[in-house]
Write a protein that binds this ligand. Sequence first.
Ligand SMILES: [Zn+2]
Length: 199
Amino acid sequence: MPTTPAAVTRLIEELAELPGIGRKTAARLTFFLLRNQSGLAERLSDALRELKERTRFCSVCHNITEDDPCPVCADPARDRSTICVVEEPLDVLAIEQAGVYKGIYHVLHGVLAPSEGVFVENLRISELMARARDSGVEEIILATNPTSEGDWTASYLLTQLRPLDVRVTRLGRGLPVGGDLEYADAVTLSRAMEGREEI
Ligand SMILES: [Zn+2]
């Protein structure tokens, strides 16, 4: 009985741990890489190594960055009195591309989802609370996605932020309900940012 080389089995197992990739897809990707002649496997392995070696989390906003603090936090032209709270680094990218926001960010790295094992302590919530207590902060924009988990996370954050001397706002209407911020176009995102309302 022929056996699969250990290196092949290992890659299949590692790839299968990625979200959205089952064992079947992992096996298909592995054999694709094995047959590929253009050096894709080598480039991919370099890219993966660089990802961990060259990037880290910003110690201020927790966005992914090559330099700490990240370019946004280090930029003296940004308005430090306003913090926009988002779920993922890709949301920062989407808002930056819309080009209407001049404040700084806070990346939670997910949303509250107890059924999936994501609790308050798994997100960068205590770090947000510490920043919100800073006297220079005047407004916190809750820009979690307009999904049930995103709304629920925003409600939780509101209860925590309410006692503090800070204005809490939520992005305005117009964002597709159930959708992700990162997929909203720049015009919609700009409008939602400008139309934000105190909650
Ligand atoms: Zn930062």
